[in-house]
Design a protein around this ligand. Sequence first.
Ligand SMILES: [Zn+2]
Length: 242
Amino acid sequence: MREEIKLLVRLQALDLWLDKAERMKKDLPQQIKDETRALEEAKGRLERLKENLKDLELERRTKEKEIVELGEKVGEKKGRLFQAKSNEEYSALIKEIEALKERISRLEDEVLLLLDRMEEVKGQEERAQREVQEKEAALEAARVRAREKLQEMEKTLEERKKEREDLVGRINRRTYQIYERVKKNRGYAVVRAEKYTCLGCHMEIPPQLFVEVKKGQEIVQCPFCSRILHCWEEAPKEVEGE
Ligand SMILES: [Zn+2]
């Protein structure tokens, strides 16, 4: 088989690898973006719970203050009981005291409910806090991973690009132009032919043409998809070490 056809097959394997590597490189910042978003969301949840807790605490304090004030009023009214000048005044005071006590008791119930609710929110807050820490660690790990992977990939990419230059230098300029043109139009340019069929477009190729491909002496293009055909059974698909 003509050496050039083998070179084309290797060039294609290299190009497939390079495309894939470039795609992977682009995906790296995306992973960091995803982790960052997850962290921001966790922080948002924590913030909202903290605000919620603050509101509940304020509500509790307001109610407790009111209880104290109402208690003082009860004391004051109790003091006035002894100075009541008539039965009417006395019963009016008693009524007022009872109403105040009732209000105090209601407020105390409300405070208890608030304390329960605060306990619950505190539990949620602790969980959210842990989640934030986990997401921070995950983001840091993703950053380290991406940095390492990128360095490693850059190095290999450089090597492979040099390798590509060497290969291209050994391929006839005209053939390389065909390769590039077909690759641009079809995604990939070199394909195996088997049993009179182009494995790129699965069309049956004329027997005479297939014989030419088998011989491997000329650059033969598929009459249907224009891909360069070969019959190299052990052709590499992609170069190793992805
Ligand atoms: Zn074809």
